[in-house]
Design a protein around this ligand. Structure first.
Ligand SMILES: Nc1ccn([C@@H]2O[C@H](COP(=O)(O)OP(=O)(O)OP(=O)(O)O)[C@@H](O)[C@H]2O)c(=O)n1
Ligand SMILES: C[C@](O)(CO)[C@H](O)COP(=O)(O)O
Length: 232
């Protein structure tokens, strides 16, 4: 029976957050951002293990209660998010079965609802095609220059904003990511590598509240979302 491995890229420095602490360790609804994310992921269907990619200098994770969960493994992250994911995949490859699945979810997306996570997993698990959560773009998109001048208004027909989780078979994801990085392709999500490798994938409509905490104003919004979701 195939199993699910989860990768949590958590090795970023959160520069856009402009905070002393890396954003994954900022307080959120009584815990840290990362703990809120891990609380959901550790309840995933078919879960075998969660591999968390940490910054080489991370001194925070070891102090979290969740770090004691025996299903969690730690790997050193890389220079870019894709490098962190690749490092985790190489650890998983040593332990996984050929038909196992890998789900990647950003540490910075703590508002993913458990019911949605497991619906997403169950919708893909019995098939062979991977998939991503995404939401159709709702705003008019402008291409803006360095002086904040409008360069063009982009046609947003058919444009969706990719989120995480993104889930693919290990057999597809590892070689696709290795190949994309080897040729210097700009990889900002796993689907980019899968697309470049010519694999089909499904887009599963995701909610607009599955936000990625990126800038300071995102944290109070995430607090409101989580407290509303969990009744805290
Ligand atoms: N080398 C990196 C860079 C990012 N990430 C992780 O990838 C997720 C999404 O990346 P992003 O929101 O860009 O986080 P940061 O890179 O920390 O933010 P910034 O770009 O503002 O520094 C985050 O959970 C982050 O910790 C990672 O594991 N390894
Ligand atoms: C993976 C991702 O969250 C999908 O939208 C996004 O690409 C991460 O980008 P970042 O610049 O690493 O935050």
């Amino acid at each position: 029976m195939a199993a699910l491995w989860i990768i949590v890229p958590a090795a970023g420095i959160g520069a856009r957050m402009q905070s002393q602490l890396p954003k994954q360790y900022l307080p959120l609804a009584g815990k840290t951002v990362l703990e809120q994310t891990m609380w959901v992921l550790l309840q995933a269907h078919h879960l075998k293990s969660v591999v968390v990619a940490l910054h080489p200098d991370d001194q925070h994770f070891q102090n979290l209660d969740v770090a004691q969960d025996p299903r969690i493994q730690i790997v050193v992250g890389g220079a870019e998010r894709a490098d962190s994911v690749l490092n985790a995949l190489l650890v998983i490859q040593e332990q996984a079965a050929a038909d196992d699945w890998v789900l990647v979810h950003d540490a910075a997306r703590p508002c993913l609802q458990l019911t949605l996570l497991n619906q997403f997993i169950d919708s893909l698990f019995a098939g062979s095609q991977g998939g991503i959560l995404a939401a159709p773009v709702a705003d008019t998109l402008k291409r803006v220059g360095a002086q904040h001048e409008i360069l063009a208004t982009q046609d947003r027909t058919g444009l969706w904003a990719a989120q995480t989780p993104q889930m693919f078979t290990l057999a597809q994801l590892l070689p696709a990511l290795q190949q994309a990085l080897a040729v210097g392709r700009q990889i900002t999500d796993e689907a980019s590598a899968i697309e470049a490798a010519g694999h089909a994938l499904k887009v599963v409509p995701g909610p607009s509240d599955n936000l990625k905490i990126t800038r300071p104003e995102d944290l109070p919004l995430a607090e409101l979302i989580l407290r509303a979701q969990r009744g805290i």
